[in-house]
Design a protein around this ligand. Structure first.
Ligand code: PGA
Length: 252
């Protein structure tokens, strides 16, 4: 399976900055056939930068576009919302759902994530559903319990393996510079694969990404870990050289 190298730009930058960043990524990857043969690339800018990035990607077929969330509802009277249909209209093919910054920051529950995933699937978008335990939950040895619950309650029944991506992001590793050890990642990703076998058909076809302080220096080891099918990258995705360097590390 090709690795998916996904950039989560979070709530950063300006339209001009987004244009400059995507131009650097396009130029940095355009003749890197070896990396492109091993990895699919995805960028997820803030909603308000999607249109600019879409135009930059107009003639580019090696970088996909995604959003960082979507509404749980269809188009209608939902002030401030952005629907999956609107994302589709912007040429998005992916949407990140249930990121811990939304689960914790805006109270997004697994039930809400499940509704959002349904809206995404209805529009033909692939959903990257994020799961992960807090530091306290890991200290109490509850990480598999928490992740198992999030998987079972966030993935819509009937989800197809090709539309579903899981991102394992231990909350304590996000934006902190702390990375889970390769051994812990191996154990958790095996647990996720096993859990998926009870939820979807063809669980081996679901990509499972690791996220949390991934950078070029630690990516080779993480991406070589069994059941790690790519990365969801925050901080390092805001620098084209680092983002591409993570793809390069997949070749190691
Ligand atoms: P980070 O963020 O790479 O900055 O730790 C990852 C994420 O939150 O998706």
């Amino acid at each position: 399976m090709k690795k998916l190298i996904a950039g989560n730009w979070k709530m950063n930058g300006t339209i001009d900055g987004a244009r400059a960043l995507i131009a650097d990524i396009i130029n940095g990857l355009h003749d890197r056939d070896e990396i492109l043969a091993a990895c699919d690339f995805l960028v997820c800018p803030p909603y308000v930068h999607l249109n600019a990035v879409k135009h930059s990607l107009h003639t580019v077929d090696y970088i996909a576009l995604g959003a960082q969330s979507c509404s749980r509802w269809e188009n209608g009277a939902h002030t401030g919302g952005v629907s999956a249909e609107m994302l589709k209209d912007l040429d998005c093919t992916y949407v990140i759902l249930g990121h811990s910054e939304r689960r914790q920051g805006v109270g997004e529950t697994s039930a809400i994530v499940q509704e959002k995933a349904l809206r995404a699937f209805e529009q033909g978008l692939k959903a990257i559903i994020c799961v992960g335990e807090s530091e306290e939950e890991r200290e109490r040895g509850k990480e598999e319990h928490v992740v198992g619950y999030q998987l079972a309650s966030s993935i819509p029944p009937g989800a197809k393996a090709e539309d579903l991506i899981i991102a394992y992001e231990p909350v304590w590793a996000i934006g902190t510079g702390k990375t889970a050890s390769a051994e812990d990642v191996k154990t958790m990703h095996a647990f996720i694969r096993e859990s998926l076998s009870k939820i979807v058909e063809n669980p081996q076809e679901v990509r499972i990404l690791y996220g949390g302080s991934m950078k070029p220096e630690n990516a080779a080891e993480l991406l070589a870990t069994p059941n790690v099918d790519g990365g969801l990258i925050g901080g390092a995705s805001l620098n084209a050289e680092d983002f591409i360097g993570i793809g390069q590390a997949a070749l190691a």
